[in-house]
Design a binder for this molecule. Structure first.
Ligand code: GLA
Length: 357
């Protein structure tokens, strides 16, 4: 299926954006901290044109679903919320958006923690920029995408996913200060590449658990009298916090240290050790891992050629990321899956072999 077949016309604009995988810096972005994501090769492609009538018509090729509704109707549930969120954000900037025909196709895996929603938002906003000749730069697009997600999808997310989708390139790390939005493109450590494996476990509690963690972090910074946990000067300052706020804040502070160290350009071995430490911190202090993710991470970490591994994204299910020896991602992925997929074949390789060109 394509735009022409669904809408019987050629699109007026086509835009695309990638998913992302985060190597280090988890749950730090809404604490004004540091992150190190990269774009994955999989993309979401949005084709769009003007609707011939007063309705929006959105079609998702992956879901094989079409949604038709009036712009003034309540927004339907499902993928239309992300699109309408972006449209509303553009309208709030003072640019009216006419009723649209919009066709989406995507190779970004859905629901695995690789930011299919950010890829959709950034692709839609790029499409609107091109269709309506909007003067928007890539950082503004990321910010609008984040607001669409917060206000229309109900996730109190940080800026990492949309910044990564809008600005990162596969094979390179985007070192981002989420407070100032200053950033640097860094190569992967020498002799390394990225492997991403889906645990096959859906991220069922992700939204409620995520919003709860964010609220805990805000409470911790209020008690500490600082703007955000990014501003903690010394780990011992956290001793005044009650549990679980103390352990949540400890994760955020130590995770920021790990990203800052990794961004200085460390060996693959050291980078891997920082990823392993990140997983322990997410599991024990932040409590966003689950048994299946721990199991997959353990198999990855004990497989020769793996520098380090951890859950990636918000947690509660979804994918794990590993840094592995260059040229080995495919073979390592197969070895890991042979073990992980016993007795149920639920895991699969999502990204393999991406390295710095
Ligand atoms: C989700 C959010 C991001 C970030 C990660 C956790 O992907 O959208 O903003 O907080 O979780 O690091």
């Amino acid at each position: 299926m394509d735009f022409q077949q669904i809408f019987n016309a050629a699109p007026d604009a086509i835009a695309q954006a990638p998913g992302r995988v985060n190597l280090l810096g988890e749950h730090t972005d809404y604490n004004d901290g540091f992150v190190l994501p990269t774009a994955i090769p999989q993309q979401t492609i949005v084709s769009l044109g003007l609707s011939p009538n007063a309705q929006h018509h959105f079609y998702s090729a992956e879901l094989e679903e079409q949604i038709d509704f009036d712009s003034s109707d309540p927004i339907p549930e499902g993928f239309a919320r992300y699109i309408m969120g972006c449209i509303r954000m553009v309208e709030q900037m003072g640019h009216p958006v006419p009723p649209l025909n919009l066709f989406i196709t995507s190779s970004v895996p859905l629901g695995s923690g690789l930011s299919s929603s950010a890829a959709l938002e950034v692709a839609v906003l790029r499409g609107l920029r091109s269709l309506l000749h909007l003067d928007l730069d890539d950082v503004q697009i990321a910010k609008l995408g984040q607001q669409a997600e917060i206000q229309y999808a109900g996730v109190q997310c940080g800026i990492m996913d949309q910044m990564a989708s809008s600005l990162a390139e596969p094979g390179y790390l985007l070192f981002l200060d989420t407070r100032s939005l200053t950033r640097q493109v860094l190569p992967l450590p020498e002799n390394s590449e990225i492997l991403v494996i889906d645990s096959g476990i859906p991220r069922t509690l992700a939204t409620s658990g995520y919003n709860q963690r964010r609220a805990e972090c805000e409470k911790a910074s209020a008690i500490l009298g600082i703007k955000a946990l990014r501003d903690v000067a010394d780990l011992s300052d956290l001793n005044q916090l009650p549990e679980p706020l103390h352990q949540r804040a400890k994760h955020v502070v130590t995770e920021n240290f790990r990203v800052l160290e990794a961004s200085k350009g460390v060996s693959a071995e050291r980078f891997g050790a920082l990823m392993n430490a990140s997983h322990i911190s997410l599991r024990d202090d932040y409590e966003v891992s689950i048994a299946g993710l721990d199991h997959l991470v353990e198999i990855l970490q004990s497989t020769p050629g793996v520098w380090g591994a951890r859950l990636t994204g918000a947690g509660f299910g979804g994918a794990c990321v590993a840094l592995v020896a260059a040229g080995k991602a495919g073979a390592i992925g197969q070895t890991v899956l042979q073990q992980y997929n016993q007795p149920n074949p639920i895991g699969k390789i999502l990204v393999g072999c991406v390295n710095t060109a």
